[in-house]
Design a protein around this ligand. Structure first.
Ligand code: ZN
Length: 514
């Protein structure tokens, strides 16, 4: 037996499969489809070059048939070149796997600037291929019942698998990205193949299978026909038909076609990426997110824009969403190690950004402004990203507030503050936010406090509180809406002049910059 045939593992002995091979070839199968329908499942076979596969197929077909010893070899079997569309894949495993087409994909990737470590391939193929493959199978079962009884289309290697085996490794070299058949990447290259010439080949199922397509879903219009015919309904309809019924309705093997199936759409999709870090805010005139009042923009920029604009550009993302562990008012600074934040990047084109590049990005953001500074900038997994909001109310935050008092004080007047531990507050929704938050009362805890005397009119109040405590309202009392307040504790009017967040005690994301 020829050397190239020895490595094949078909439904039966290779020699027994010569006759079906020849029939498949004559029916118009391409080398890949021929091997698929003969039962070959080894990916390495399909990874051979188009020429090698052609040789394997031709050698199979030109072997002497059956036991007739004096059958001529190398006889008249027609040669299916890659220019003649295959009856089973309509050319997806021919033109769709060609160098020419893969170079097109490569060019597109380069134009759009996609860069990822790993990619996956996804194929959308015309549904009429389900009918065609079934027709090939029934043809084989009828002609070679001894070899094909009990074999079904499920045992035939799928066209999609063969496509990925053939094209994945070659694209990997072209795109300079990793590819593993079994590993799903967050970066997906999606190919949508269509074939106009055979588009209506499933239509007969609508009248042939009234159980799958009840009358009320059987509209006359063509576009509605396209909507009831989908992968699931077509598969279901085919399996509801007996073999003889199917063969009376469809040509087995299917008819040859004139045109190759073409990829109509190439879409790239990258799952959202998450970038986390911490920010300090040094300005008392900068809002956290774009500040719009009655449709009018206030302030030139915002914390989120200062952080995200460059991140979005670096990852070539379509859009971003900014979130953080709590937020501060426009006039509040955030000091210490800063406030954790998360940027969700929608449809990034680049995902392969090493840590040293992230460091550069961080430097770039920091050198562009004195209003904010960021640290610990890093890519986090989707799972990690969820931790930003976990246990939000159990977190603690430390503040310092510049307080003005109504009556003159002495340093000793502040001592009592240190003795107060875990003070429970009832805070009604503050008047200043009542227009955008529902009216409610929340209970919060001030874990500890201390006062740092400045002069008889001023002191700095240091507090450690449960996250979500309204600090300004605690200091001035908000017309009695916060109980108790610093004002009630000191028995005089107290007002807050400045507020700083000293620390947001969240151990996330992991510390990178000491
Ligand atoms: Zn084919």
């Amino acid at each position: 037996m020829a050397e190239e045939l020895k490595q094949l593992k078909l439904f039966s002995d290779v020699a027994a499969m010569f006759a079906p091979a020849k029939s498949l070839y004559e029916a118009g199968c391409c080398p890949c489809c021929l091997l698929r329908f003969l039962g070959e499942r080894d990916c390495q076979i399909y990874q051979k070059s188009a020429e090698e596969l052609q040789t394997v197929a031709l050698t199979l077909c030109n072997q002497p048939q059956g036991d007739v010893a004096d059958s001529p070899t190398g006889d008249t079997t027609c040669v299916n070149t890659d220019d003649i569309p295959c009856i089973a894949c309509l050319g997806i495993l021919q033109h769709g796997c060609s160098e020419e087409f893969l170079e097109k994909i490569q060019k597109r990737m380069e134009e759009e600037g996609y860069k990822s470590q790993l990619f996956s391939l996804s194929l959308m193929t015309p549904i009429q291929l389900i009918v065609r493959e079934h027709a090939v199978m029934l043809f084989l079962r009828e002609r070679f019942s001894d070899l094909y009884t009990g074999q079904s289309i499920d045992k035939v290697t799928s066209m999609k698998d063969v496509y990925k085996w053939r094209c994945g490794p070659r694209l990997k070299d072209k795109l300079n990205m990793e590819y593993h058949h079994q590993i799903e990447s967050p970066f997906l290259i999606q190919l949508m193949f269509q074939h106009k010439e055979t588009e209506t080949e499933c239509s007969f199922l609508i009248s042939a299978c009234p159980k799958v397509f009840p009358t009320n879903s059987r509209k006359r219009k063509r576009d509605s026909e396209q909507t009831v015919l989908n992968r699931t309904s077509v598969t279901k309809a085919i399996s509801s038909l007996s073999e003889s019924k199917f063969m009376s309705l469809v040509r087995c093997p299917p008819e040859k076609v004139d045109t190759m199936c073409r990829c109509q759409e190439l879409t790239c999709y990258h799952e959202a990426l998450f970038v986390a870090g911490r920010y300090n805010k040094y300005s008392r005139t900068l809002s956290q997110t774009p500040w719009v009042v009655d449709g009018e923009r206030r302030g030139e920029t915002s914390v989120s824009e200062l952080i995200c604009t460059r991140i979005k550009a670096m990852f070539m993302a379509q859009e971003y969403r900014f979130s953080s562990a709590g937020r501060e008012d426009v006039d509040v600074r955030t000091l210490g190690r800063g406030r954790p934040f998360l940027v969700e990047l929608i449809q990034p084109h680049i995902s392969d950004v090493p840590l040293d590049k992230m460091k550069l990005l961080q430097q770039e953001i920091n050198s562009g402004t004195t209003d904010i500074a960021i640290r610990d900038l890093q890519i986090v997994s989707r799972e990690e990203s969820g931790k930003l909001k976990v246990g939000e109310t159990e977190k603690t935050k430390s503040y310092s507030a510049l307080v003005r008092v109504e009556k003159p004080i002495q340093p000793d007047d502040l001592k009592f503050l240190e003795e107060i531990k875990d003070l429970k507050l009832a805070q009604k929704t503050p008047i200043r936010v009542i227009h955008r938050r529902p009216l409610a009362s929340r209970d919060r805890v001030i874990h500890n406090m201390s006062g740092e005397y400045i002069d008889s009119q001023h002191f700095t109040l240091h507090l450690k509180t449960q996250a979500g405590t309204y600090i300004k309202e605690f200091v001035h009392g908000d017309f009695g809406r916060t109980q108790p307040s610093l004002s009630t504790l000191m028995h005089m009017d107290t007002d807050i002049l400045e507020l700083d967040v000293e620390s947001v005690d969240v151990d996330w994301p992991k510390t990178i910059d000491e």
